[in-house]
Design a protein around this ligand. Structure first.
Ligand SMILES: Cc1ncc(COP(=O)(O)O)c(C=O)c1O
Length: 416
């Protein structure tokens, strides 16, 4: 693909240079249509049985994005009190939130219980704590199915080497604790890891959880977790995750289970990245270009405080160059190997190394693709830099500021 920005008309006819001037850089820019479309796709993965997609809002908790999720009928997962509160602020009722916590305090758990938000417990200790706070209550348990998968060691969330979930061999202890505190286990959930382009590991995990589910009686729901991938190498023509064949394979597995289990509980999944990654980009400004020991460094204002994924996971993000408001063509002749970095005082503050990009000039814009997921939500104020603003290119083509840039006054307020 020559240019994703042009191919999907990401800015809907608006000039990215004008947007960057008006709102400043670095700037998160979202496209409402793309986010709506992806959320609708995940909502329709299973149609033969009661099914809900829970948007995993850790990925992006901007209120406007949560409101899109609410309006297309997906539910949401929360991992913290902050995420529960954001979802409530966006208008999610309690029964459309699922609190999937780990290692939380009694106070945080109490917040969920007092707000009637369904809770999943991630360890026997936390199940006991739930029982102490809420004797006779209803809850789910997060199972560690023993195998994990994902694009990087740090996003594998099941298997022998992670902190998550209750091991299959401890299921009898779940029943013992449930009996002691008169708890009803109404659901089980898992999340094996993140970013599958090949559905095989997810489907294997589905088989495994369905096998484990048969050890529980009268489950009201089974939640298979998230992980659907997106093509981060789209400029190299990487294909999309094939949602329609995945959906057929997934349904077949549920058919077999329902026959044996005798009833169909509500089936759920927890996609995050798939819903929002492609609907977000970062616009950053080139402030300096230099050669150091034969390497050409493109110095921008998109530091690791703005997008941490490349430094944290060695993640790849495609980058397009925008000059005078237009995407620079990737002609063979103009391509050169460069390293794009940010303005943070860390040698790991690198967006991409030795990447072929078309000729970049001072003051051009870099447009970092697929930044809608784990972008702003993982921002920091490292080096005492301000968190960026976020704008939405709305379906009607208008540009709306959906979170203002942080100010120094915001920072100083914590000391008052
Ligand atoms: C429990 C849980 N559910 C869902 C997700 C969403 O995963 P993804 O964004 O890969 O779909 C995560 C991400 O790590 C998670 O930890």
């Amino acid at each position: 693909m020559e240019s994703f920005i042009n191919e999907v008309d990401f800015f809907k006819g608006n000039n990215p240079e004008e947007i960057a001037r008006e709102y400043g850089t670095p700037l998160y820019v979202y496209n409402e249509d793309i986010i709506r479309d992806r959320m609708m796709r995940v909502a329709g993965v299973i149609t033969a049985y009661p099914y809900r997609a829970n948007y995993s809002c850790k990925t992006n908790t901007n209120l406007e994005i949560l409101k899109i999720a609410l309006s297309v009928g997906v539910n949401a997962d929360a991992m913290s009190e902050g995420e529960m509160r954001m979802l409530q602020k966006a208008g999610f009722p309690s029964d459309r939130i699922f609190y999937v916590c780990n290692n939380v305090s009694a106070d945080e758990m109490r917040y969920a219980i007092e707000n009637n938000i369904p809770v999943s417990l991630d360890s026997l200790d936390q199940l006991r704590l739930f029982g102490e706070i809420n004797r006779g209550g209803r809850c789910a348990v997060r199972i560690n199915p023993g195998v994990g998968a994902g694009h990087h060691e740090k996003v594998v969330t099941a298997g022998k080497k992670t902190k998550f979930g209750i091991a299959e061999e401890d299921i009898d202890s779940i029943f013992d604790i449930a009996k002691e505190y008169d708890l009803k286990i109404i659901g089980i959930n898992q999340h094996v890891g993140s970013l599958f382009m090949d559905p095989a590991p997810f489907l294997a995990a589905v088989d495994n959880l369905l096998r484990i589910a048969k050890k529980f009686e009268n489950l009201e729901f089974i939640d298979f977790g998230g992980g659907y991938g997106i093509p981060y190498h789209k400029l190299d023509d990487e294909k999309e995750f094939d949602m329609s064949s995945f959906s057929k394979e997934f349904t077949k597995k549920l058919d077999e289970f329902v026959k044996e289990y005798g009833s169909a509980p509500m089936f759920k999944s927890e996609p995050g990245r798939y819903c929002v990654a492609e609907g977000g980009v970062i616009l950053g400004r080139v402030h300096s270009i230099k050669q150091n020991s034969g390497v050409k460094y493109i110095g921008t204002d998109v530091g690791m405080n703005v997008l941490v994924r490349p430094s944290m996971y060695d993640s790849w993000h495609d980058i397009e160059i925008i000059s005078d408001g237009k995407v620079v063509a990737r002609d063979k002749d103009s391509m050169e190997k460069v390293t794009v970095c940010g303005n943070i005082c860390e040698s790991g503050d690198v967006l991409c190394k030795d990447r072929e990009l078309p000729g970049v000039k001072d003051n051009d814009l870099v447009c970092v693709l697929d930044a809608g997921a784990y972008g702003y939500s993982m921002c920091s104020s490292y080096n005492t830099r301000l968190r960026p603003a976020e704008v939405m290119i709305c379906s009607d083509g208008s540009v709306k500021l959906i979170r203002r840039r942080e100010t120094f006054e915001d920072m100083f307020r914590l000391y008052e």
